[in-house]
Design a protein around this ligand. Structure first.
Ligand code: ADP
Ligand code: MG
Length: 564
């Protein structure tokens, strides 16, 4: 029951199971993101962030939002406790940044946390002290309306994770980046950011363009091209930087979906494709684009950080976005290379599968199926690596001075296979649409005994009333569309009275076969780098589990042979 005093409720198990599982707090920047989002969800007008030592020793976020009742102030640290959703249906109509109810619990588990909070209607606020998952103190307190969260000594008691943090300077850079991702889409809110007592940003409420310029003193209003558009699938507004004013080598572009910062290779590469002939060398476009999509056409429940999203109409969106960007740049009176305008945005075939593919989908950013409209190949360079993607599937890759030819599909199969061979637990990803299959009673009984080991492999299977199998979660990194085929294979494994002794490798084989996304792919430099490092760590990086060649080293000798 919810009363005025209690807005927060612990989500039922059935909802929890459908929320992407995984770690929320990876580094100080994750804390900034989560606490900043909570302040925005609480309708705060002023949000102030203090950090010390890159956030390792202190992160404090103060807001003047709606605050919490004494009851909620204690409840908010419970796992899966949220005031933002109640049921799975609410995920289809999400207007808040948060919904998982996990951030505060996760942060309080790995740090010393203090909360001060007061609602406007209360004369006294509440002070809660938590330390590494334990409640230390709860007491009434005099404090301002709104909420302050103080996080000290992050990961202090977790030496391994503490050690995985980078230098203060590096963590600070990540913190700032996360701060900017909150500040751009909310120019109407007042933000302040301090590091080691120094006020680094003071951003009073303003318009979007003024906010952008406040954060980019090197740019002037003349360097920005406004973009606005309405399409059947989304509306968009924002600013593009004129190609000749784009800072060299710039890496970060800002794409937001319903005011949430996202990464979306397909859309971002679409914009890049328009810019590519206009920018020198490897310079990346700089833009701030704000897409609005009805919440039921987007699934943000893909990874805990919610920066990966699944869009129902991503290919159509890409085509439309490309033409809007092209038009906006063309109207900016810029000198265009011959042919640039004449080249129409590629027309994309209607989507073959979206309705049948549930939006639960893969939680790992390793590979995104590109399906169509791949950008023309051109060489990408990224730290230690240069690469060229051919036919949406084959990589020519240079890494540490060696050149390789790689079949991405085969590589991905090998990586998935080896991950699933290991007895180490595999993290699950919840399916938004669980898969059902009827069972005969003996098979149901055998399957029931098998659910535990399967769980460790990332498959959450329920045997319902002894006559139905329900697959709720599949391993992270496996294409969600593969769920029905994988359930079939699991059922095949339990047909005999005894489980086959090599069930683990059989299952790994099926995971690799059905779970790898199909080409053509759209790959970012980061994805290629992840793919290559994961492949290199495999026991056999040369052949896929089904025996297909994964890669060739392109030595001079090999090339000479090829050309006779
Ligand atoms: P989520 O944001 O996914 O709901 P969190 O763990 O981040 O989960 O927060 C749990 C709950 O605590 C929120 O649903 C909200 O009700 C409350 N809460 C957290 N931060 C604030 C804040 N700054 N102001 C008011 N309420 C807050
Ligand atoms: Mg939250």
């Amino acid at each position: 029951m919810t009363t005025a005093e209690q807005r927060i409720q612990v989500l039922p198990e059935s909802v929890i199971n459908q929320i992407a599982a995984g770690e929320v707090v990876l580094r100080p920047a994750s804390v900034i993101k989560e606490l900043g989002e909570n302040a925005l969800d609480a309708e705060a007008h002023h949000i102030t962030i203090w950090t010390e030592h890159g956030g390792k020793s202190l992160i404090q976020v103060t807001d003047d939002g709606i605050g919490m009742s004494p009851l909620d102030a204690e409840l908010c640290f419970e796992r899966h406790a949220t005031s933002k959703i109640r049921s799975v249906q609410d995920l289809q109509a999400l207007y808040t940044k948060g919904f998982r109810g996990e951030a505060l619990a996760s942060i309080a588990a790995v740090a010393e946390v203090e909360l001060f909070t007061r609602r406007p209607q209360d004369s006294l606020g509440t002070h809660v002290v938590m330390a590494f998952g334990q409640k230390v103190r709860v007491e009434p307190v005099r404090c301002a309306v709104g909420t302050t969260l103080i996080v000290r000594r992050l990961f202090q008691r977790l030496p391994v994770r503490r050690k995985s943090l980078r230098s203060d300077a590096t963590e600070h850079r990540h913190n700032l980046e996360e701060f900017l991702r909150l500040a751009y889409p909310h120019p109407d809110r007042h933000f302040r950011f301090y590091h080691n007592q120094a006020l680094l940003y003071e951003l009073p409420p303003t318009s979007l363009v003024e906010r952008i310029l406040a954060l980019h003193p090197e740019l002037s209003a003349h360097d920005l091209v406004p973009l606005e558009g309405e399409t059947p699938f989304f509306t968009v507004q924002g600013y593009l930087t004129l190609p000749e004013k784009t800072p060299a080598g710039h890496r970060e572009a800002y794409l937001f979906l319903n005011r949430r910062y996202i990464r979306h290779a397909l859309l971002q590469q679409g914009v890049w494709q328009v810019y590519r002939p206009l920018l020198p060398g490897q310079t990346r476009p700089l833009y701030w684009l704000f897409l609005e999509v009805p919440p039921n056409q987007v699934d943000v429940n893909v990874t805990p950080s919610k920066t990966e999203v699944r869009l129902l109409h991503e290919l159509e969106m890409r085509t439309l976005l490309i033409s809007l960007v092209r038009k906006a740049l063309a109207q900016s009176r810029l000198v265009l290379p011959v042919d640039w305008l004449a080249k129409p945005a590629k027309v994309i075939e209607p989507l073959p599968t979206p309705a049948t593919e549930p939006p639960g989908a893969s939680s790992r950013p390793s590979i995104q199926p590109g399906r169509a409209a791949l950008p023309l190949p051109s060489v990408e360079t990224h730290s230690r690596l240069s690469y060229l993607l051919l036919h949406g599937r084959y990589l020519v890759l240079e890494w540490d001075g060696e050149a390789w030819l790689v079949d991405v599909r085969a590589a991905h199969e090998r990586i998935l296979y080896e991950q699933h061979l290991k007895p180490t637990p595999v993290s699950p990803q919840g399916l938004l649409f669980p898969v059902h299959a009827p069972l005969s009673p003996p098979v149901a009984a055998r399957l029931a005994e098998f659910t535990e080991p399967l769980r460790a492999q990332g498959f959450h299977l329920e045997v319902r009333e002894g006559k139905e199998a329900v697959l709720h979660a599949i391993p992270a990194g496996v294409a969600a569309g593969a769920a029905p085929a994988l359930l079939d294979q699991i059922l095949a494994l339990v047909q005999d009275a005894e489980l086959p002794p090599d069930w683990r490798s059989q299952l790994a084989w099926h995971v690799a076969r059905y779970g790898s996304p199909r080409p053509p792919y759209a790959l970012s430099a980061q994805m290629v780098e992840n793919l290559w490092t994961e492949l290199s760590a495999c026991s056999d990086p040369t052949y896929s589990p089904s025996g297909r060649r994964i890669r060739y080293l392109l030595t001079e000798e090999a090339l000479e042979k090829l050309f006779g």
